[in-house]
Design a protein around this ligand. Structure first.
Ligand code: CU
Length: 181
C-alpha cells in the first residue's frame, strides 16, 4: 500500500524527535503561535486541497487559504523524482535547501527516493550530521508514485510559499505562493 509506505519513509528519517506527521493527527503539541502556523489535524480541517507534484512544478501553481484556516492537503507525486511539499517563508526554504543538499551529499536522499539504510542509521555520530533529519512538521517528502497527507493550520497573516527544497528544484520552479485572506 503506497500511502502507508510513503508515510513510513517520511517518518523513517525522523530518527530522534517525536514523530510529528499531521496526516493521522498523532498527538503533536501545539506550541503556541508560529509565524507560519502549526500542524493541524484532518478532523479540524475545513477542506481538502489536492496538490500534484511533477518534475518540476506543482499543480495548482498557487493556493489561496483563509486566515486561521486548517487545510488538509493530499499530495501526490506524479513525477519520476523525489519531491517535497514544504510550507514556509522564502528564507526558511533557502535554509532548508542547504540541509537537503547535505542529506543528498550523505546519501540519505537520492534524486528519486529515500535511502532506507541511511535513514535508519544513528546520524548523531557522523560529523556534520548531528540533528540532521527530515522531520519538520511543515514538510513532507513524497516518493514517485506516492500520496501523503499533511494538515496545516495557517496563521492570521504571513508571507508563505509551498516549495520543494530538493537540490535544484526550487530554482527550476517548484515553488508556489500561498495567499492568505
Ligand atoms: Cu522537487
Amino acid at each position: 500500500m503506497r500511502f502507508t509506505t510513503s508515510i513510513a519513509l517520511a517518518l523513517a528519517l525522523a530518527t530522534s524527535a517525536p514523530l510529528a506527521i499531521a496526516a493521522e493527527g498523532h498527538g503533536h503539541a501545539h506550541h503556541g503561535s508560529s509565524p507560519i502556523g502549526q500542524p493541524g489535524t484532518a478532523a479540524e480541517a475545513t477542506r481538502t486541497v489536492e496538490v500534484t507534484l511533477y518534475d518540476m512544478y506543482y499543480e495548482p501553481e498557487s493556493i489561496a487559504v483563509k486566515s486561521g484556516e486548517t487545510v488538509r492537503f493530499v499530495i501526490k507525486n506524479s513525477g519520476e523524482l523525489l519531491h517535497e511539499f514544504n510550507i514556509g517563508t522564502a528564507a526558511m526554504h533557502e535554509k532548508h535547501q542547504a540541509q537537503m543538499q547535505l542529506m543528498m551529499d550523505h546519501g540519505m536522499l537520492t534524486p528519486t527516493g529515500v535511502n532506507h539504510e541511511m535513514a535508519h542509521m544513528d546520524h548523531s555520530a557522523m560529523p556534520g550530521m548531528e540533528g540532521l533529519a527530515h522531520q519538520d512538521p511543515n514538510s513532507v517528502l513524497v516518493e514517485p508514485g506516492a500520496t501523503v497527507e499533511l494538515a496545516w493550520t495557517f496563521p492570521g497573516d504571513a508571507q508563505l510559499e509551498f516549495a520543494c527544497n530538493m537540490p535544484g528544484h526550487y530554482g527550476a520552479g517548484m515553488v508556489g505562493e500561498i495567499t492568505l485572506d
